[in-house]
Design a protein around this ligand. Structure first.
Ligand SMILES: [Fe+2]
Length: 277
């Protein structure tokens, strides 16, 4: 057997890689679970623990389906486990998930992962990929030039994160009067209001900006527009199979500009799935 083939990094799901991911998972749990005992409601912490587990599963799915290298596959799974570590201290201190009003939670994730030595057993080259991807997971756009492996890990993490947030938001918006407004960053509830400038920007293919979000419908539109940021065909397949866009648009007013945005985005999704890229 050649050296390359016997390298455990070439088998993404090798027992040694599995043990590394599991070790980081245990450190994450040891960090996160004590927050559940904080005074007050533990809903926000439970939400982030569940989100982390789902993002990890999605990252594994996308990485496997996309045939990435063993290094990228391993780093993506570990980055998924650690990407929202910063949400716990952020919520404890500020009682919000709005970074603009509190702290950059991705930077907090890196800081706490390092402080708690959560990557102690992880090889240095994988550790660098993990920390880079965690730090970049919430930027509006990835820098144009990144080392190829880091770019792949960051892209897998960002797609996985967005896909789970679709389901979190759909569950949240299904409530008439959401009990936990922090989930959707405290947007204003109104059945039909939306900001035309948010729709115009999204229809031009621009990434939604949290700062322009006022109404609940702005938030739904921004989340729908995340489709244009998905990097992998597998991510688009998951988006389509789970019907997230249709569910979101069904909950928006039947206003002509919104209906034409719906048509455009669903046509673009269908085109991307047919094109196979
Ligand atoms: Fe995050």
């Amino acid at each position: 057997m050649s050296g390359a083939l016997s390298d455990p990094m070439n088998d993404p799901m090798s027992a040694s890689n599995e043990a590394l991911v599991q070790g980081v998972q245990e450190r994450f749990q040891a960090f996160a679970e004590p927050f559940l005992l904080e005074p007050g409601d533990s809903f926000a912490y439970c939400l982030k623990i569940e989100h982390t587990a789902k993002v990890r599963a999605l990252a594994e799915d996308i990485a496997t389906a996309s045939g990435v290298s063993g290094r990228v596959h391993l780093a993506a799974r570990i980055a998924a486990v650690l990407h929202d570590v910063g949400r716990f201290p952020q919520y404890k201190e500020f009682r919000t998930f709005r970074d603009a009003e509190s702290a950059n939670h991705a930077a907090l994730s890196v800081r706490h992962a390092l402080r708690e030595d959560m990557l102690a057993e992880v090889p240095a080259d994988i550790r660098r990929l993990v920390l880079g991807a965690v730090f970049l997971h919430n930027v509006r756009q990835l820098p144009a030039t990144l080392p190829p492996d880091l770019q792949s890990v960051a892209r897998i993490l960002r797609d996985s994160d967005k896909l789970d947030i679709y389901s979190v938001m759909i569950r949240h918006f299904a409530q008439a009067d959401p009990a936990h407004p922090e989930v959707a960053l405290h947007v204003k509830l109104h059945p039909t209001a939306y900001s035309p400038e948010v729709l115009t920007a999204l229809a031009r293919g621009e990434t939604g900006d949290y700062r322009h979000i006022v109404w609940v419908n702005d938030f739904k539109l921004m989340v729908a527009g995340w489709f244009y940021d998905l990097n992998f065909r597998r991510s688009c397949q998951l988006l389509s199979e789970r019907g997230y866009l249709t569910t979101l648009f069904d909950s928006l007013p039947a206003d002509p500009p919104l209906l034409s945005f719906r048509q455009k985005i669903l046509a673009d999704l269908a085109r991307r799935l047919t094109a196979g890229v």
